[in-house]
Design a protein around this ligand. Structure first.
Ligand SMILES: Nc1ncnc2c1ncn2[C@@H]1O[C@H](COP(=O)(O)OP(=O)(O)OP(=O)(O)O)[C@@H](O)[C@H]1O
Ligand SMILES: [Mg+2]
Length: 239
């Protein structure tokens, strides 16, 4: 009998965390000539799978610009951005649209729900766009958001907190690896902001997504794995 050598055991836990988002030497400017606004100036950034990173910085420092680039909504003037295997800076507009649909969930300050669609229809959209329509998933999500009795309502029939809960559900329903939140509690009162923040953090942990949040609020900083400050076009670890 030949000796059977068992295959080497593979350790599923990598020794170093896997980077999901890598940005190198990113330069972004708006306008031309004397009116040029230099926003990002050779910015470097890495976020690992499952990490929660908060980005702070004064108004106009470029936080939204950075999130738009990481989400493939815009292209930098120079530098490299990679999310998983997707090299965003080498992709066409159409490829980036497909990337956004599959890989990214966005949560905005102003909720950005589609006003002519009901709550359930807003939640259904990312699934339908990815060819994964599922009534069960929508029912489960409504329950998770505490909005089962609001399924048939339209966004203008909801409070701000409820609208943002729907927006969080819509961002996460297809379990995207990357969630980008731009001042997600900026339009909410203090108590509602806290509830929405906790819900977002819990749900992101459940899906194992990486969360990158731009905010002026203090509360998210305590929950984050890392806080970075955007200043003079670069990111630095906040002390
Ligand atoms: N589409 C655009 N065209 C021209 N300038 C722009 C554009 N978008 C942003 N800017 C400029 O780029 C700079 C960075 O803007 P950005 O919105 O990224 O800042 P921010 O850090 O998100 O600010 P806030 O905290 O107020 O949201 C600002 O000076 C802004 O005026
Ligand atoms: Mg902004």
């Amino acid at each position: 009998m030949p000796t059977v050598i068992p295959p080497a055991t593979t350790d599923a836990t990598p020794a170093v965390p896997t980077p999901l988002v890598v940005a190198r030497g990113v330069v972004m400017r708006y306008g031309a000539g004397a009116l040029t606004t230099g926003v990002l100036q050779g910015l470097n950034f890495t976020a690992h799978a499952g990490e929660f990173v908060v980005v702070v910085g004064r108004s106009g420092s470029g936080k939204s610009t950075l999130l738009n680039l990481l989400g493939g909504m815009d292209q930098p003037l120079a530098g490299e951005i990679r999310v998983g295997l997707a090299r965003l800076t080498e992709m066409s507009e159409e490829q980036r649209a497909r990337f956004r649909r599959r890989t990214v969930g966005f949560v905005f300050q102003s909720f950005n729900l589609l006003p002519t669609l009901s709550v359930a229809e807003n939640l259904a959209l990312p699934l339908a766009l990815n060819g994964r329509a599922s009534a069960l998933r929508i029912t489960e999500m409504l329950a998770r958001l505490g909005l089962s009795d609001r399924a048939a309502r339209y966004p203008d029939q909801l409070s701000g907190g409820e609208q943002q809960r729907v927006a969080i559900g819509r961002a996460l329903i297809h379990a995207p690896p990357l969630v980008l939140a731009d001042e997600p509690t900026g339009n909410l009162d203090e108590d509602t902001a806290r509830q929405v923040l906790v819900l977002l953090c819990e749900m992101v942990r459940e899906t194992g997504s990486t969360l990158i949040m731009a905010t002026h609020s203090h509360e998210p900083r305590a929950l984050a794995d890392r806080v970075l400050r955007l200043q003079h076009g670069q990111l630095r670890t906040e002390q």
